[in-house]
Design a binder for this molecule. Structure first.
Ligand code: SAH
Length: 204
């Protein structure tokens, strides 16, 4: 599936019914999802995908549409219901698991692609997502608020990983909560590709 077609299709998926602010529920914009999964596919990273905090499933589903075996993990039952409907509509098989990312265990390591809570409502909420990703992945694609580069580099190095790519985007967020004043707000984000170092030496 071409990137543009994927993007158009993803636009048609259902969003959060009643987004929960304490869980920082926002749908990742389809153009950004299409960009990340297409890059991951070309890079050979799209075989087994774990989408941590999958929300309405857009990342897990996009990965599956490009041929990945994907698993979405989400703590909110309402979001998982939407994700299941979205997967059905997309004609893909995605496993959705209702649990806290903290307790995830896997048999085989894969690629984590995630847009975790930024930690705006709950400080360092993204930290436990990264820690889990270091445990279950060899390659990680992760979206963070702008200004996270130093933090992500440091925590990656501490866990035997290396940041191989950093992309900066401005993403439009639709008005989701009442305290949002404008229908759209652009916020700067950083997307990282992180890779496990082999034998203690840095790849690339
Ligand atoms: N990945 C989705 C949703 C991003 S919003 C997308 O790209 O559209 C972040 C998601 O993480 C929310 O759906 C929220 O419910 C979920 N979440 C927050 N804390 C969590 C936790 N501890 N375990 C699992 N999911 C969590």
């Amino acid at each position: 599936m071409k990137k543009k077609d994927l993007e158009i299709f993803l636009e048609s998926l259902e969003g959060f019914k009643t987004p929960k602010i304490f869980l920082e529920q926002y749908v990742t914009p389809p153009p950004l999802v299409a960009e990340i999964v297409t890059f991951a596919k070309i890079s050979g990273d799209l075989e087994l995908v774990f989408d941590l905090g999958c929300g309405t499933g857009i990342i897990a589903i996009a990965s599956a549409l490009l041929g990945a075996f994907s698993i979405g993990v989400e703590v909110d039952r309402d979001a998982i219901e939407v994700a299941k409907r979205n997967a059905k509509k997309s004609g893909v098989d995605v496993d959705f698991v209702l649990c806290d990312v903290e307790i995830v265990k896997v048999k085989k390591k894969g690629t984590v692609i995630m847009n975790p809570p930024f930690g705006i409502q709950k400080r360092h909420a993204d930290r436990k997502f990264l820690l889990k990703a270091f445990e279950i992945a060899n390659v990680i694609y992760t979206v963070h608020s702008a200004g996270s580069e130093k933090f992500v580099e440091k925590i990656s190095t501490e866990h035997g990983f290396k940041v191989t790519h950093v992309w900066k985007y401005m993403i439009p967020l639709k008005k989701t909560y009442d305290f949002h004043e404008k229908p759209y707000k652009y916020i700067p984000v950083e997307v990282f590709r992180i890779e496990r170092c082999r034998n203690g030496s840095f790849p690339r």
